[in-house]
Write a protein that binds this ligand. Structure first.
Ligand code: SAM
Length: 255
């Protein structure tokens, strides 16, 4: 098995990211959905493909909104969690495969999306080209990307990680994250042949509460608190502050 795949298998083996679990990442999914839904056509025959779905929470929300969803991840453990989310919400989905060579014909899907995926490849262009290939003409490409960059959300965690790395010099990052800014993302989408490209920095969250994995009640408290100040967080989206201090980028385009 390739080394990266084993890393994701181990992460999903230990991760219980079901929709029952309200944390700051659930809030992020709610925000993503509020940007994504207005871009989507309505109708019962709209087919959506999510690449690198992990627990497939976003696709599950979309399935609850009446869309036909196909979720793809190469980690069997991720797909187990994804299926659990679909069962919990009484939704139907299909689950399969590897993002580098998508097992679909050209021009198959109305919408192709990924969330927190593209930054994990040294050559994200390969994945973007594949996503574009299987998208129908005029179909919608959507991706949110969490590159290696400064963000308020992770500043203190990165500081501690770097300090530990300095002290114990053989500590490796959990997984690969590419450095990208909005111009890099824009160039990749245009090179893939996408049009009406729109990219913006977003996600100026408060610093993430550490020890959330160990103390779930802390995570729930963080979710409640941040939900209350959600408009204050999203206020900075698509501004220079979002670009500099935000946790992620939103990118959407048409084929
Ligand atoms: C950071 S996680 C994001 C998961 C999910 N989209 C989310 O936001 O919760 C990245 C996911 O991409 C998957 N992945 C990485 N490389 C892949 C590949 N070549 N093909 C399919 N899935 C891949 C991993 O297994 C992992 O579940």
């Amino acid at each position: 098995m390739d080394k990266d795949k084993q890393i994701w298998e181990d992460i999903w083996d230990k991760t219980e990211k079901t929709l029952n679990y309200r944390d700051v990442f659930y809030l992020m999914d709610e925000i993503k959905l509020s940007y994504l839904l207005p871009l989507l056509p309505s109708g019962s025959d709209i087919n959506i493909l999510e690449i690198g779905c992990g627990s497939a929470r976003l696709s599950c929300f979309l399935a609850s909104n009446g869309y036909n969803t196909t979720c793809l991840d190469y980690s069997e453990n991720a797909i187990k969690v994804a299926r659990k989310n679909y069962e919990l919400t009484n939704n139907k989905g299909q689950f399969i495969g590897n993002a580098k060579k998508l097992p679909f014909n050209d021009n198959t899907f109305d919408i192709v999306l990924s969330t927190g995926l593209l930054e994990h490849f040294k050559d994200p262009e390969i994945i973007i080209n594949e996503m574009t290939r299987v998208l129908k003409p005029n179909g919608i490409f959507y991706s949110d990307i969490v590159p290696k960059k400064f963000s308020i959300f992770r500043a203190h965690i990165n500081f501690i990680r770097n300090l530990v790395k300095l002290i114990k010099n053989n500590v490796k990052d959990e997984f690969y994250e590419k450095k990208l800014n909005s111009n890099d993302i824009q160039n990749m989408l245009i090179s893939a042949g996408l049009k009406d490209v729109n990219i913006f920095g977003a996600g100026v969250f408060l610093p993430q509460i550490p020890y959330g994995k160990q103390v779930p009640s802390l995570k729930r408290l963080e979710y409640k608190l941040l939900s209350k100040i959600k408009p204050l967080i999203t206020f900075w989206d698509d501004t220079i502050i979002g670009e500099w201090l935000g946790f992620y980028y939103f990118a959407y385009a048409k084929k």
